[in-house]
Write a protein that binds this ligand. Structure first.
Ligand SMILES: Nc1ncnc2c1ncn2[C@@H]1O[C@H](COP(=O)(O)OP(=O)(O)O)[C@@H](O)[C@H]1O
Ligand SMILES: [Mg+2]
Length: 287
């Protein structure tokens, strides 16, 4: 696929899609359904519904490690479409959402190669190619950096580069129809003063809350990702019930089991005892 394109007479290099981990996805039927309805995806997840109703840009909200990214990955896996991701952070600038100017290492050896390359951001690339786009941790981004999103999310479906003085949007109807936007945030950050500006909040709906999965799903995720012995899985179940650690996230539970399994193998000890021992330094103290 040609990664270099000409937009308004400007040569631009497109971004690479995200590499989605191959993984067995567990549960979350209701959350997936809510996302698919927003995006106009068929119930089996494999294609878009042929409709003129514009898709909605859903927002996943939940504490870290509960599976927000994984839900977006699963939707992209099922659709078989490239997924482009921007990771939100405090230093992000408006132009980071659009175009980046980077030195071209090949220019050193040739006069005919320009010294600088214009690179499309993951968002610009998704807009141009009609890909799926995921803005992770969007509430960590300073408010002014989000301003280019207004034209992306209000139906105009393009983004303006102040640096190049051009709009980047879909070059054809096909790309226009398949572009999708979603985002995720951890709402506890918002209590610390990081709130989304009202116009972004209203353009990233519906809000889909991602809570702790039921224990059976957690059990199955651990089984699928670490393949522990049945004894170790039983010990985990026992530990979970005994300690009443319903606050443990999926990511923490995987790390805990990973560490406990290695610990048992290398140091030894009874499985439940090992879990009790290592949980204090994997999970910290119970709050
Ligand atoms: N439904 C799920 N099926 C399989 N693995 C999951 C699921 N949800 C979460 N995980 C695993 O838990 C970990 C954290 O998930 P992630 O999506 O990164 O959380 P978040 O984005 O909410 O911080 C990942 O390693 C992921 O593989
Ligand atoms: Mg995440």
């Amino acid at each position: 696929m040609a990664r270099e394109v000409l937009i308004s007479d400007t040569v631009i290099e497109l971004a690479e899609p995200a590499r989605i981990p191959e993984r067995t996805f567990v549960g979350r039927a209701e959350e997936l359904q809510m996302c698919r309805v927003a995006w106009g995806v068929r119930p089996d997840g494999t294609d878009f519904i042929d409709s003129d109703v514009p898709p909605l840009s859903f927002r996943l909200e939940g504490a870290p490690g509960l599976g927000k990214n994984e839900i977006v990955y699963e939707i992209a896996r099922r659709l078989g479409l490239p997924l482009y991701i921007i990771q939100g952070h405090e230093e992000l600038t408006p132009e980071d959402l659009v175009l980046l100017l980077t030195p071209n290492p090949k220019a050193e050896y040739s006069d005919s190669v320009p010294a600088l390359t214009l690179r499309a951001s993951p968002l610009s690339t998704a807009l141009y190619t009609g890909g799926l786009f995921f803005f992770d941790e969007i509430n960590r981004v300073p408010e002014r950096a989000l301003s280019p999103l207004a034209s992306v999310l209000d139906g105009r479906q393009y983004i303006y580069s102040a640096m190049a003085g051009i709009n980047i949007g879909p070059p054809n109807q096909e790309a226009r129809k398949s572009f999708r936007f979603c985002c995720a945030l951890n709402p506890s950050l918002s209590n610390a003063g990081h709130v989304l500006p009202e116009y972004i909040e209203q353009r990233t709906l519906p809000v889909i809350e991602i809570d702790h999965p039921p224990f059976e799903d957690l059990h199955q995720i651990i089984q699928a990702s670490l393949d522990p012995s049945p004894d170790f899985l039983s010990a985990f179940t026992e530990w979970y019930q005994q300690e009443e650690r319903a606050d443990v996230s999926v990511r923490q539970a995987i790390a805990l089991m990973n560490y406990a399994m290695s610990y048992e193998q290398q140091v030894g000890g009874a499985k439940l005892g090992v879990l009790q021992k290592v949980s204090s330094f994997i999970l910290g103290r119970k709050s």
